[in-house]
Design a protein around this ligand. Structure first.
Ligand SMILES: C[S@@+](CC[C@H](N)C(=O)[O-])C[C@H]1O[C@@H](n2cnc3c(N)ncnc32)[C@H](O)[C@@H]1O
Length: 279
């Protein structure tokens, strides 16, 4: 039954028109202890863990060279940063976040990794904070939807592009707003209910704050970028990603099956997400 329900909502997301108006997040910084705890547990053992697996699998599917310096923007609990660090063991990582409470958790989560530095910083201030420094890879996961509007999203992407080294890559992964309210509520209910009502509500708020594929496309066009990859899943889900500039896909046999990829009980949902992005 649950499988049929999921299949129904996948189909609905695929065929519906974008009918849900965007509702920006009530606050950009995440400070609520219950939400942070939910975020951490979901990222370690829940549905967020499989989203992290998907992000790792996407990154792993592209030939991004051998980045030496990586910046993770809006790093949150550090669970994803830890996984990305597993994909690029040779690199030095900097994780930044605007929330001191999140960074405290991230310090605990990444404490055994000698190559991770965590800094309290607003992403709009990154230019000043890292004046003269460049990064080979910048990752920004589940953060774009925290931008109040498209103008600020444009500003944020411009800030990050300024920090890229000449051969560097910017990877942005975020929610693609569900097309109807019923889809958003079904996903929050099915995947985000295990860690308390505050976390469930926060997840729903995030879905409603996601930019639609068309809105992100508009932001990228307005930035007049020469080339980029911007992907919406073929088998519908509620995520999208941007890779800039475009990179070639790595042959399948060279892709890692590292611990960064998801291996857990939600393997079916993970498979659907992977297939959705052609992985
Ligand atoms: C939904 S969490 C995602 C965290 C992490 N990237 C992940 O995938 O789990 C978004 C994070 O972005 C941070 N954030 C929001 N606005 C920010 C800003 N302007 N500058 C830096 N961090 C910001 C929040 O504090 C929060 O930790």
């Amino acid at each position: 039954m649950s499988f049929l329900k999921k299949a129904f909502y996948i189909g609905l997301q695929r065929v519906s028109r974008d009918r849900l108006a965007r509702v920006p997040e009530p606050s950009s910084s995440i400070e609520d202890q219950a939400v942070i705890e939910g975020n951490l547990r979901d990222g370690l053992e829940g549905s967020l863990a499989l989203v992290y697996g998907l992000i790792s699998a996407i990154l792993d599917s592209y030939d991004l060279g051998s980045p030496k310096k990586v910046l993770d923007v809006g790093t949150g609990t550090g669970v994803l940063l830890s996984k990305i660090a597993g994909l690029f063991p040779e690199a030095q990582f900097v994780g930044i976040d605007i929330s001191p409470t999140m960074l405290e958790v991230a310090r605990r989560v990444t404490r055994d990794r000698g190559n991770v530095e965590l800094i309290l910083c607003n992403l709009y201030d990154l230019g000043e904070r890292f004046a003269g420094e460049k990064f080979d890879l910048i990752t920004w996961a589940l953060g774009l939807h925290h931008m109040p509007d498209e103008e600020m999203a444009k500003r944020a992407i411009s800030v990050l592009l300024e920090l890229l080294s000449p051969n560097g890559y910017l990877f942005i992964f975020d929610i693609r707003r569900p097309k109807t309210r019923a889809i958003a509520e079904f996903i929050a209910h099915t995947f985000n209910s295990n860690w308390g009502p505050a976390y469930r509500q926060d997840a729903l708020n995030s879905y409603l704050a996601g930019f639609s594929y068309g809105e992100v496309e508009g932001v990228l066009k307005a930035l007049q970028l020469p080339a980029y990859i911007h992907k919406e899943p073929i088998i519908a889900n509620i995520f999208q990603y941007i890779l800039l500039p475009p990179a070639a896909r790595r042959p399948r046999e060279l892709r890692r099956k590292s611990q960064a990829h998801y291996k857990g009980p939600l393997w079916f949902d993970y498979l659907v997400l992977r297939l959705g992005f052609g992985l």
